[in-house]
Design a protein around this ligand. Sequence first.
Ligand SMILES: Cc1cc2nc3c(=O)[nH]c(=O)nc-3n(C[C@H](O)[C@H](O)[C@H](O)COP(=O)(O)OP(=O)(O)OC[C@H]3O[C@@H](n4cnc5c(N)ncnc54)[C@H](O)[C@@H]3O)c2cc1C
Length: 432
Amino acid sequence: MHHDHLLTPELRALRDEVRAFVREDVPRQLLLDMDADKVRYPREYVEKAAARNLLGLRFPKEYGGRGLGWTSEILAIEEIGVLGTSLGCLYSLPSIIGEAICRFGTEDQKQRYLRPTLEGRLMTAEALTEPRGGSDFFGTTTTAGREGDVFVLDGQKRFVVGAEGADYFLVYARTDPDAPPHKGISAFLVDRGPGVEVAHVYGLMGTRGGGTGRLVFRGARVPAENLVGRLNGAAEIFYRMMVPERLTSAAGAVGMARAALEVATRYAMRRKAFGRPIKDFQAVSFKLADSLTLVDAAHSLLWSTAVADDTGADPSYVRRLVSETKKFCTETAWTVVNHAMQVLGGIGYTNVYPVERLLRDTRLIMIWTGTNEIMDLIIQHEWFKEKEREWGEAPPAARRAAATPGQGAGASARDVEMDAENADLVEEKVYE
Ligand SMILES: Cc1cc2nc3c(=O)[nH]c(=O)nc-3n(C[C@H](O)[C@H](O)[C@H](O)COP(=O)(O)OP(=O)(O)OC[C@H]3O[C@@H](n4cnc5c(N)ncnc54)[C@H](O)[C@@H]3O)c2cc1C
């Protein structure tokens, strides 16, 4: 299958372990009941993943993880991804919230929250988005005022997967109203309890059964020891959390794309029209060729980004790669699932095949964990920053390549701008 040549024996073994979980521990009826909104929150599914020690693979063994890297985790999530966005998300939440606790939390928080989460004893959720907007994260209006040993939380968050079902929430709230937005927010671990109310559970196009709702905090008292990281220091936690947030979205997307492609390929080989298998029509086989190319490219980008973070590449560079990967993998999934539906014809639009569910699921992923427009915003921002660091604010004029190889140009690449016949006509190069 895809990219087997990249897998070490350990990674193959892990992939087979995850496949066994996906095959044996996830009843088909669970998927159907979640899609029919008969299940509010599939706690047992998360417990079963934990029982196989499959949650939070990156985290140290002492907290219940396996001490593995991102390449292992994306491999696992890609396999889980075939189950759709809801189960993919619930599998990924311990990895996302775990990142904040593991990197920024106290030993006590790791023992009280991270370990029980990875062991399947506590269900976790993240409450970042507010009704007033998700993209403008730093505009957070939820507040946490200090009163002795506690912070008192007031405000609301919406679209929280696990609003129903989770035992605790990672919540960002404003702790210094006078500071600039990036410097006045803190992160908290908030237990479900008095002052934490589920005000509404949303009816969704897809991604159902995960208890996605609106939370209202009214005077919720959060012990001061549940502050994660520094007071007013949530910006660095948020930036770091966006790595697992977006890489898990991207990996799940590749899993869904792969699932749709498999279904469509099988159909194209068996279904006949005009007396021949429809795969003999280029309109069909080229859609599959296009899909396969996209899936392989998405997988490669995902892999390369995983290696970048595992090997400690510069955070700005990782941020750009993560955003490109989230955008590309989710758009790939949307295109591939649409191609699959087209290949199946009318029956693809019915619930005889799962492609219509995958289509509803994949529509979401271009919106959540940061919309793809926000991904573009980050990509271009980090790119110009990178170039400004290299060149300064005003890019230098083009220079002729050094006449003697290995001399003059140093380690910089050939300046291709000078390879035009009239490249020397500086008076023709007008910029203002
Ligand atoms: C089913 C579901 C599950 C979710 N799960 C969670 C969860 O568990 N936890 C959580 O915290 N959140 C969750 N979200 C929230 C999700 O991340 C947000 O919906 C998303 O970030 C967008 O925020 P918004 O909906 O407020 O849209 P807005 O921020 O209001 O954006 C609206 C539109 O404007 C565009 N836009 C906004 N600002 C800019 C800009 N500067 N440049 C260009 N375009 C811009 C956006 O791209 C979008 O098209 C979930 C959402 C859904 C639907």
